[in-house]
Design a protein around this ligand. Structure first.
Ligand SMILES: Nc1nc2c(ncn2[C@@H]2O[C@H](COP(=O)(O)OP(=O)(O)OP(=O)(O)O)[C@@H](O)[C@H]2O)c(=O)[nH]1
Ligand SMILES: [Mg+2]
Length: 367
């Protein structure tokens, strides 16, 4: 007996007959699971994609094929670890990049063994490690938990942590603690693919050189500071290369800050940092990032303009969306290369509409 039949029986017992329409409403409610809605009432990108696929005017078999592709993507988890010296800006960076108020769980579950803070944002998990440099004993303890985490495997037997973002303080003269972390812990632990799984990020660019060369109006470094930051990046790159043989180019940026009722500084080059994070995450996992991007438009306004990072971010996500909703050879009208930031793709009319809706989820903030 179906759930709907059950409802009808109850209704008849009460001798209060419902109209056909009301019955249909109940049937819908019983059979359809609650749509997955984010805390602020926004649907997740996966739900939107599913709705768009269901709404396409294509044979059922085709829909099933596309839905199963979506389910595969839906099950992909991304794990990012933040590491660095105390006060470098790990927490500030995570808060600037992602929508951190969606969900916070497992914070400091067991201080004895788990001193790493875990933030679960749906399919994206952030591991925020405590800062090194607060004493030898605590550094040893932290290093050990970082190593343990880096050696953890996921259910498929792959390394749990996809990417480690090391935050360095560009205003600090002494980066010794950070070099120890990168050269003696992270790179050896990550092994062969260390270069693809580690990002070096020089934060607090605004207060490097004592903050005297920050152009407040443009919220960007002036030429002198730019030169300084480039040299700092060179020197970090060289120190790591000398010790490990790996050549990793650090990104300089500013996570910004907001004091309650007081001063604030908007981020700089956060677009660049996000672009490199996305690039480091496999294509089929990227929607986990798209779904949790910080929607504060101010966070994405200022960067070095060496590249159109926003466009590149859009197309990195767009490729994954494209693979989900199309068969790769949909015929139709060309609606412009920029709809998902993917140049040269021909987007079918139905698919074009789908993409239009999906666009609203993460592209609006980058327009
Ligand atoms: N001026 C400036 N201040 C920053 C920036 N990023 C972080 N801060 C400030 O630096 C301080 C430390 O930042 P956190 O994000 O707490 O640093 P953390 O690395 O998480 O520190 P621990 O958790 O102690 O290891 C805070 O007062 C931040 O407001 C930045 O880009 N510019
Ligand atoms: Mg912190």
């Amino acid at each position: 007996m179906s759930k709907v039949e059950k409802v009808e029986t109850v209704v008849q017992d009460d001798e209060e007959l419902l109209s056909e329409e009301e019955l249909q409403d109940i049937e819908k409610e019983v059979n359809e699971p609650e749509p997955e809605v984010r805390k602020e009432g926004k649907k997740s990108i996966y739900v939107l994609l599913e709705e768009e696929i269901m709404g396409l005017d294509i044979p059922d078999g085709e829909k099933a094929k596309r839905l199963s592709r979506l389910i595969k993507v839906r099950n992909q988890k991304v794990n990012i670890m933040l590491a660095g010296s105390t006060g470098a800006g790990k927490s500030s960076t995570v808060n600037a990049l992602f929508n951190m108020d969606v969900a916070k769980v497992g914070v400091g579950v067991d201080p004895e063994t788990s001193i790493i803070e875990k933030f679960e944002l749906d399919n994206l998990t952030i591991w925020d490690t405590p800062g090194l440099g607060d004493g030898v004993a605590s550094d040893e303890r932290i290093s050990r938990s970082i190593l343990e985490k880096l050696n953890e495997l996921d259910e498929d037997g792959n390394p749990l942590i996809d990417l480690v973002v090391v935050i360095l303080d560009s205003s600090s003269k002494d980066l010794g603690t950070s070099y120890d972390l990168i050269n003696n812990i992270l790179i050896p632990a990550l092994g062969d693919d260390a270069k693809d799984r580690i990002l070096l990020a020089l934060n607090q660019a605004d207060v490097a050189m004592k903050g005297t060369h920050w152009n407040e109006e443009e919220n960007a470094p002036d030429e002198v500071l730019k030169e300084f930051l480039k040299k700092k990046a060179d020197s970090v790159q060289n120190r790591v290369k000398e010790a490990t043989g790996l050549s990793i180019r650090p990104i300089y940026y500013c996570a910004g800050y907001k004091e309650e009722g007081g001063d604030q500084r908007k981020p700089y080059n956060l677009t660049k940092l996000m672009y490199y994070i996305i690039k480091a995450v496999p294509k089929d996992k990227r929607l986990a990032l798209a779904d949790n991007i910080n929607e504060e438009e101010d966070n994405w306004l200022h960067d070095d303009e060496e590249k159109d990072y926003k466009k590149s971010i859009k197309s990195s996500f767009g490729e994954t969306v494209w693979d989900c909703i199309t068969d790769g050879f949909d015929k139709g009208v060309e609606v412009g290369g920029d709809i998902l930031g993917i140049p040269g793709k021909i987007v079918g009319a139905a698919v074009g509409a789908a993409v239009g809706a999906v666009k609203g989820v993460f592209v609006a903030i980058f327009d």
